[in-house]
Design a protein around this ligand. Structure first.
Ligand code: FRU
Length: 467
């Protein structure tokens, strides 16, 4: 039940934040937000649900918040869709997906129940139930029932099995679940069903090695015709100086599926989806135009000890990244911010290099040039992006609140696109071949932009409006 008095108090606290509430990103009205859930284009409306704890900026028993949109740019806050109020989900309505079948929207999520006395939930101490929700319109709940109870999961996978991703293929329904095996490896397991209620376990869709993390969260399967894409978020991949630098990562595999064996067969290595500080648990869906759209959480769980998100003291934390259109090209997944965001552009300004310009707090920047070599961009109060022909470096000063540097090796760059909001940067390289997403917490004074380059570049800047 919504506690109106607490929400009112938290809203007043959130209003005190005069700097870092976002201008055009989805964020919680109060409290905490994490993974996007149940993404769907249904009955002419986009439905974005998400992990949400409205009462506490540092998280807790999650609900499913709900936002709707006609254009994926302007969003309307709807009433909370699901709350942790059932015996099978009392400690969290965890992540899951949606599928439209016969004019109704079917949702699958993990109902989390924590067993008393366990605070280190490594292998055990929790129950995870797969719950099926049917809705005629995306708002009303017609039924909500457990379809795979915790005790019915096969042995060998610890108590960590969650985040159902349901889709149809070959006249059947399939469900993927992220898992942690008893011997500490990540896995994605596969179930099938004819009716969405009775599910049969088929085995490992994909199994990880020791060096591929100890738990794989939030699987997401999409069929791109010639190829299939399997996205998931492994915890605990040990990175090097240029990759997998976050404690948890989000990445993808391109491959094919052997449906008789129920196996995903990768044709390429696992790639990170984003090289910034804040991108996790993304999910995809297909829209009315047939585009595959990916939305990720612009946040990171169990973050680095030296970093504190300063919005916590204003009673809110985290947001979602901009929706991105994904496409398989040259054995890679390219991610482009959807073109709808051009609607927010004001008048274009062409920028000369080695010259400082005043800018608006919300902006888009596009830089193009043949094989860019030495380049330095001042993007925000004290955030810079540099490229030396081999390594791209994103550096934060005090506005990083403890986060300092991310580096990626990129053999050649010919295009950089940046989206700046009041407290985030999303940087797309080579039309989305590489992406860096990060929160930053700058002041709203001295807003300038500067590009230094020792070659000719075409640079365009647009102020963006709030939504
Ligand atoms: C990923 C995750 C999911 C889980 C949810 C709980 O960020 O840990 O595995 O369902 O968040 O909020």
């Amino acid at each position: 039940m919504l506690d109106k008095a607490s929400i009112k108090q938290m809203k007043a606290q959130v209003q005190e934040d005069k700097q870092w509430r976002q201008g055009y990103h989805m964020m919680p009205q109060t409290g905490w937000l994490n993974d996007p859930n149940g993404l769907a284009y249904f009955q002419d409306t986009y439905h974005i649900y998400h992990q949400y704890e409205p009462y506490k900026a540092t998280g807790g028993a999650t609900h499913w918040g709900h936002k709707t949109s006609e254009d994926l740019v302007h969003f309307q806050e709807e009433v909370i869709f699901l709350s942790p109020d059932q015996p099978f989900d009392q400690d969290g309505v965890y992540s899951g997906s949606a599928i439209e079948v016969d004019g109704q929207l079917h949702f699958f999520y993990t109902g989390n129940v924590k067993k008393p006395g366990h605070y280190d939930y490594i292998y055990s101490g929790r129950e995870q139930n797969v719950v099926h929700v049917v809705s005629p319109d995306g708002f009303e709940i017609q039924s909500r029932e457990v379809v795979i109870a915790h005790e019915d999961f096969p042995p060998g996978y610890s108590d960590h099995i969650r985040d159902p991703n349901v889709f149809s293929q070959n006249d059947k329904f399939y469900m993927l679940l992220g898992a942690r095996t008893d011997d500490n490896k990540g896995a994605i397991i596969l179930y099938e069903s004819q009716d969405l209620d009775n599910w049969t376990f088929l085995g490992d869709f994909l199994a990880g090695d020791e060096d591929q993390g100890f738990m794989w969260e939030c699987p997401d399967y999409s069929d791109h015709g010639e190829h299939s894409v399997l996205i998931f978020s492994p915890q605990g991949v040990i990175g090097d100086h240029f990759s997998f630098q976050n404690p948890y990562s989000a990445g993808y595999l391109i491959g094919n599926v052997d449906w008789d064996m129920g196996r995903f067969l990768p044709t390429e290595d696992f790639q990170e989806l984003d090289y910034g500080f804040d991108f996790y648990a993304p999910q995809t869906f297909k829209d009315a135009k047939g585009r595959h759209i990916l939305i990720g959480w612009m946040g990171m769980p169990d973050i680095e000890p030296e970093y504190t998100n300063p919005t916590i003291s204003y009673g809110w934390q985290h947001c979602l990244a901009l929706p991105r259109e994904i496409e398989v090209r040259n054995h890679k997944l390219y991610q482009k911010p959807i073109e709808e965001y051009q609607a927010l552009r004001g008048d274009a300004v062409n920028l000369e290099t080695d010259k400082s310009y005043e800018r608006s707090a919300l902006y888009e920047l596009n830089i193009a040039g043949e094989n860019l070599q030495v380049l330095q961009l001042e993007l925000s109060q004290d955030s810079q992006l540099t490229y030396d022909g081999e390594i791209l470096t994103l550096r934060h000063g005090v506005s990083g609140f403890g986060r300092k540097k991310r580096q990626v090796k990129i053999p050649a760059i010919n295009r950089i696109q940046v989206f700046g909001d009041y407290s985030s940067l999303e940087i797309f390289i080579n039309d989305g071949e590489y992406v860096l997403t990060t929160r930053i917490y700058p002041t709203r004074s001295d807003l300038s932009i500067r590009i230094e380059a020792d070659q000719e570049v075409k640079a365009t800047y647009w102020p963006l409006s709030e939504t």
